[in-house]
Design a protein around this ligand. Sequence first.
Ligand code: SAM
Length: 623
Amino acid sequence: MHSPCLPPAMEPADLIWRDGVPESTRFGDVYFSRDNGLAETRYVFIGHNQLPERFQQVPDTGHFVIAETGFGTGLNFLAAWAEWLKQRPADDNAILHFVSVERFPLRRQDLEKALSYWPELSPLATELIEHYPPLIKGTHRLVLAGGRVRLTLYFGDVLDAWKDLTFFADAWFLDGFAPSLNPDMWLDDAIGLITSHSKPGTTLATFTAVGRVRRSLAEAGFEIAKVPGFGRKREMLAGIYAPGNTTNQEARTGTVAVIGAGIAGTLLARNLAERGVQVLLLDKAPHAGSAASGNPQGALYVKLGVEYNAQTELAATALSFSQRFYRPWQNRFWHPTGLLQLATDDQEADRQRRFCERNEYPDNLLEPVDAIRASELAGIPVDTGGLWFPGSGWLEPAKACQQLAEHPLIETRFSYQVVNLLPCNNQWCIRNHSGEDCRADAVIIAGGHESPALVPVAGQLRLKAIRGQVTELPEANFNLPQTVICGTKYLNPVQGGSAVTGATFDLKDETPYPTPAGHQENLDELKRILPSVTKESVPDPDQLQGRVAFRCTTHDYQPVAGHMRDTEGNHLNDLYLLTGLGSKGLVWAPLLAEYLADVISGQPHCLPAPLSKRLETGRLYRT
Ligand code: SAM
């Protein structure tokens, strides 16, 4: 019996193992052949899609997209990744995209066991397992091999995946279980959707030669051939979509300007540069990370909704992506200490109780803890329980921005205050306060609350600035935790003798410097949620250090990332907006930068359409 899960948990694969080969109890079929599954993958999927030759032909800043039905153990993915590394020079910028769907994902320990069968794939398997997402419904982008390989893993049903995802495949791996045991994967509907993600010259290969599948594929527009199968299998199918019309992929060239060197702008600049794009990063300040991203410490925190709706899915996707994304930056500016979201009053305790009743999250993403466990985790006494996020932590945002901006393909221009954006000869002219121009083929405005002044459209954008003041607590006067603590305020672990707490949320205050009243508010609220925080003597608020910055929020408190539109809904050519991240920029920015870089470079999107729609710029106009 399989017990149903509450959202967003996915029902995991139920396996039995025979001679080291995993078999699905649900479908009664093996994940890979007993007669050398890796050799079969290479023969059926890699060979019959002519991948070795086609991989070599991808231009340096181009990409190649494989789409697969049924991720299973990831063997096909690893084999394709290994082939990509074999065919491509070590220093190129081309990207292998692999888009796959899985309705019953393997648990991490099963994935480890299944992949241990293939010692020659071991380094790649280790990297995949490290990045394997929590088993929650939705779309997970894994950035692997330093960005040269990108896996878009949709946890859900195949029909939903092909309806929701945006991509065009160069090659298909059709790899459900046998059609007689797994009919859903091979329905005409599923095959119809495959064609909607195919283009002239897209190839496919599948281990099956069943007549019904062959006819469906042929009716959908593939020219299909029966060819000899692997090992003892007599036949398999290989095909090509709309043959004869093949177009060569044009690699994108040109310069992209990013205005604003905060966390959103620097992450986007870095993401594009790592894809081989020449980037111009502009900011009016003398260095990166000077405004809202300039705090010495910031928590990787997002509050997940009680209902698992699209808004919660977007937030959970961003949180899990950011935790994977920052991993390589550990100890440079990322500190994965874990994070406690305390139930600091009755209302929040009730909210967390309803959250836990209605949802099921894997405990590698979050788990409820009582006050005793919370105190052990925090390393200081905590009066209430809450939710524990083991993969979260805190960042040094200013340092992050500065380090991210350092890349050979990023040219920085600081103290460059943009005053005007003008279309000129199919480019954008970016004029500064002294009347100097620089040009770019595309522009992304990531200027936080100053973005509206830069957008060259009529009509008011519903973006506003909200003042936030943080306070630095000296270690000598406060008991500081070893994890991040969040409630109505947050508190970071100690760094360099103090820890940052905050922030105020001042809707109508424009004071640009810290005030004693702001420090007092931060202290009072922190003492309420964490009474053990103070030692005997607490400094006067006017003795405390702090910092003020202005967050940019939208009318609906959801971020914006996408093509800039005018009030009529038309796209402005090659102009994009990335802002409105509010106080959750550290969580939102990695995923939204990845998404915008996908859009700008014409690569498969890391977000499904129902979620990316929520980010659109057009909603900023009052209707
Ligand atoms: N390609 C995999 C590998 O390299 O290990 C093997 C795939 S296995 C033969 C087929 C996979 O399809 C299983 O993991 C199964 O759970 C998945 N699957 C079956 N029906 C599905 C559906 N309707 N939607 C999404 N995935 C499905």
